[in-house]
Design a protein around this ligand. Structure first.
Ligand code: FAD
Length: 413
């Protein structure tokens, strides 16, 4: 019997996780990645609820835990750094801003790659150029290096700005929703004398729709986000210098640690600027081509669910492909199972992300009052209104009986 062949485009989080599971079910996997090497950029990502159970089933939970950033909770601060509200991470709770598993995205991507690279054909620096779907057999994919591959299923796990999805947008009925906030992510050196530099995720709101956050990592630095209300800017600012200029102008005089952060900006070499948005697609498959992860349903970092959805989605897609001989049945069941979970995750808290970026002094004061009240205890439920990831609201299907399946019948037509 010939193993079924799945081509996965995108070696981020969703793609390698899918490959990990498919290999266990006896599939042959090829992963293509647009960049010349694995992308290890990014800051803290959250792994919550059902996604943590996926990690456990992959035997990776302890390793991810060992790579944790050490963040103990989220603290909202005023311009003097005094806490106005604190939300410590409580083991077993999945709904706070600091998740049970906080890990640097790059370290997690490396772990997934390390655990799959011996069994998966990774090809870096290439992309899907063309996909043909003849009525009577496998999809024929031509890559940008001229190679052609016959695949039972093609999965686009290319992230929010997926190019291949863009070319097939009508097939999936894709709508992109901009959220009116842009964020610059980068890291700065930790200040050893500042005892607060290292444990809490500190979050400061300034007037003018701006917020600054600092959070620890496990490599001795502080991860910064500078977020601001804005029409989309990232696509027009290709050079890092131009991006730094925008941040410098927007955050001059913002208060709290803005002077320290802006002073460090000239030496920053890991800046990533993005305009927050969501992706909604009417369908997640077209014939043998399926969408997965942010490419299918980006819920935005505001949801706190991007990586968790990618892990759960990859687990479900792999399980359904293994459970069904016909790709149509597998892809239909994958969407049926995942759609309600994704829809809930895409529902952001009322007014978010704008409500977290007040423009006026009065707005900032009101938000701080809300944090103070929320952190006080009996009203902790307010926290779940602001940070409401529905991470637990999914029962993972049990595919463990499929593990014994080493090869599957190659389907025809
Ligand atoms: C560099 C980077 C930094 C990030 N930083 C953060 C962060 O700090 N916080 C956060 O919450 N989320 C971050 N994210 C997003 C986060 O990883 C996702 O929300 C989530 O993990 C879902 O993962 P994904 O695999 O669907 O998408 P992604 O992790 O975005 O991975 C998509 C992969 O597909 C590749 N790709 C894109 N187009 C093509 C193409 N045409 N052909 C082949 N490959 C392609 C990309 O290079 C990338 O490797 C980051 C993503 C990236 C790529």
């Amino acid at each position: 019997m010939t193993p079924r062949h799945v081509l996965i485009s995108g070696a981020g989080i969703a793609g390698p996780t899918l490959a990990w599971w498919l290999v266990r079910y006896g599939f042959r996997c090829t992963v293509v990645e647009r960049f010349a090497e694995l992308r290890t950029g990014g800051q803290n990502i959250d792994i919550r609820g059902a996604a943590r159970e996926v990690l456990r089933r992959m035997g990776l939970d302890d390793e991810v835990g060992a790579r944790g950033t050490g963040e103990i909770g989220t603290r909202f601060v005023d311009c003097d750094g005094r806490a106005v509200g604190e939300f410590p991470q409580t083991p077993g709770e999945t709904d706070g801003p600091t998740a049970e598993r906080e890990v640097l995205r790059g370290q997690f991507a490396e772990l997934l790659h390390e655990r799959t690279r011996d069994d998966v054909d990774y090809r870096f620096g290439v992309q899907v150029d063309r996909i043909e779907q003849p009525a009577d057999g496998a999809a024929r994919v031509t890559l940008t290096d001229g190679t052609t591959l016959d695949c039972d299923v093609v999965v686009l796990a290319e992230g929010i700005n997926s190019r291949t999805r863009g070319r097939l947008a009508d097939a999936f009925g894709v709508h992109e929703r901009r959220l009116g906030v842009s964020i610059g992510y980068f890291s700065v050196p930790r200040v050893p004398a500042d005892a607060q530099d290292g444990t809490w995720w500190r979050w400061y709101n300034a007037t003018g729709g701006r917020s600054i956050t600092l959070r620890p990592d496990n490599v001795g630095r502080q991860r910064v986000t500078l977020s601001f209300r804005s029409a989309p800017v990232a696509a027009d600012l290709r050079s890092m210098d131009a991006q730094k200029d925008v941040l410098r102008r927007r955050f001059a005089g913002a208060g709290w640690q803005s002077d320290r952060i802006l002073a460090a900006l000239p030496d920053v070499d890991d800046l990533y600027l993005e305009d927050l948005g969501q992706v909604r697609a009417d369908r997640w498959s077209d014939g043998r081509v399926a969408l997965l992860g942010d490419a299918a349903w980006c819920a935005s970092p505001v949801s706190g669910m991007g990586t968790s959805l990618a892990l759960v989605g990859a687990y479900v897609l792999a399980g359904e492909l293994a459970a069904h001989v016909h790709h149509q049945d597998a892809l239909a069941r994958y969407e049926e199972r995942m759609r309600p979970y994704v829809t809930r995750a895409q529902k952001l808290p009322p007014g978010a992300p704008g409500v977290m970026h007040p423009r006026t002094r009065l707005g900032v004061a009101a938000l701080r009052t809300a944090f103070r009240v929320a952190a006080a205890g009996p009203l902790r439920r307010f926290e779940t209104t602001l940070f409401q990831p529905p991470a637990d609201q999914f029962v993972l299907p049990d595919y463990r009986h499929l593990r014994a399946v080493e090869t599957a019948t190659t389907e025809k037509g």
